[in-house]
Design a protein around this ligand. Structure first.
Ligand SMILES: [Fe+2]
Length: 385
């Protein structure tokens, strides 16, 4: 039995990696990039810095900065038009998960046409879009190393999972310097997302020896540094570990898949506009508790990799420590309950069956060590209150 592992062709990793963008483009034979980003990256001067860096190497670039958080079919349309009307040979995707996910969709639709729904899972997108050089500024969604993008259909509030080698960036420039100015809330939300990727990849039914090694390394980097980066954003050592950890977690889940947390999290995000990492954080303790009986040894490994259990601890003790840690982490990182986030209880309860159906349709719950029924998922949603 073998597993196919899909990765970017180039990974530039470490302090200052984003300055290498001209060299990376040159080695890919690209000369005319469109930078796809958001207004925050423009305000922070990150987009201008990339442009200056390119112009020093006589590379002319344009900026499309109108991507939005949790991208939708209509939010990416202007970017698709821009690519169709322009003479671009590559895309530089700069920002958190949303600009990178937007760029992936734009790269495919801009080149091959059609609508996003045409590319929805279970179709595997093998077409090559415009080559993407991903420059993440959070640690992170791992989108720079995954063959997945998530685009919401705003007419149905469905987060459409789109998958295939066509969505894999050709290069990832992983530069923790770009995360030093992240606000603590985003550090927490994206950091828990990364930790969730690592845990879910490790307990996934599609886990393999390769993804396991990446997932465990990711947990070792992420777990001890998440609190540090949250409390002191200028802690370079913690930021560096978080950045590499999130990229490795991305590699792990892209090659093993995510599971129940992500499956149940997407509908919450689509219906109530909860940031992706935050809805994951809300679900992680309850979903872990539900899933533990089906993979106690795997979860014990997670607890040990995260540094919350010792080698001598029994599986049962390690599982217990993991659950305690996940609750403690949410408390310390001030993850709100759905109520505190401002979600109306009645609306949430009314939507639970629909959200459970959407979760199931995404395919992710089937990768969970314990595969839930619709009623199981409704019971977990209810536990969040
Ligand atoms: Fe995620």
């Amino acid at each position: 039995m073998s597993n196919q592992i899909i990765l970017p062709r180039i990974m530039q990793v470490g302090e200052g990696a984003s300055n290498e963008v001209p060299n990376v483009l040159a080695s890919l034979g690209c000369k005319r990039p469109l930078i796809i980003t958001d207004n925050m990256m423009v305000e922070l001067g990150y987009a201008a810095r990339i442009q200056e860096c390119l112009s020093r190497h006589q590379i002319a670039s344009d900026v499309f900065a109108d991507t939005v958080p949790e991208p939708t079919v209509s939010s990416i349309q202007a970017g698709v038009d821009r690519v169709r009307d322009g003479d671009y040979d590559s895309i530089i995707a700069l920002g958190g998960g949303s600009p990178i996910d937007s760029a992936k969709a734009i790269a495919i639709l801009g080149k091959h046409g059609g609508t996003m729904r045409d590319y929805k899972f279970p179709r595997m997108v093998i077409e090559a879009g415009l080559p993407i050089v991903a420059v993440p500024t959070t640690a992170g969604t791992g989108s720079e190393v995954t063959r997945v993008t998530i685009i919401t259909d705003e007419t149905t509030d469905e987060k459409m999972l789109c998958m295939g080698i066509g969505f894999m960036p050709v290069a990832a420039l992983v530069d923790y310097n770009l995360t030093l100015s992240l606000p603590s809330r985003i550090t927490a939300d994206t950091g828990i997302d990364a930790l969730t990727h690592a845990i879910e990849a490790y307990v996934s039914k599609k886990a393999n020896l390769y993804s396991d090694s990446q997932a465990l390394s990711a947990m070792r980097l992420l777990a001890p540094n998440l609190r540090r980066a949250y409390h002191d954003g200028a802690d370079k050592e913690a930021r560096e570990a978080m950045m590499l950890g999130s990229t490795l977690a991305g590699v792990a889940f892209s090659n093993a898949s995510v599971a129940l947390v992500h499956g149940m999290s997407r509908p919450i995000g689509a219906a109530f506009h909860v940031p992706h990492g935050l809805s994951n954080a809300m679900l992680l303790p309850s979903v872990t508790q539900y899933s533990l009986p089906a993979a106690p040894k795997r979860y014990a490994d997670c607890a040990r990799a995260m540094g919350v259990a010792d080698v001598q601890d029994s599986v049962e003790v390690a599982n217990d420590k993991l659950l305690k840690e996940l609750h403690a982490l949410n408390d310390e990182l001030q993850v709100p309950t759905p109520a505190r986030f401002g979600i109306d209880r009645q609306t949430f309860f009314d939507l639970m069956p629909t959200m459970a159906e959407q979760a199931l349709a995404s395919g992710s719950p089937n990768n969970n060590p314990r595969v839930p029924s619709i009623d199981d998922m409704i019971a977990i949603y209810r536990q969040l209150w």
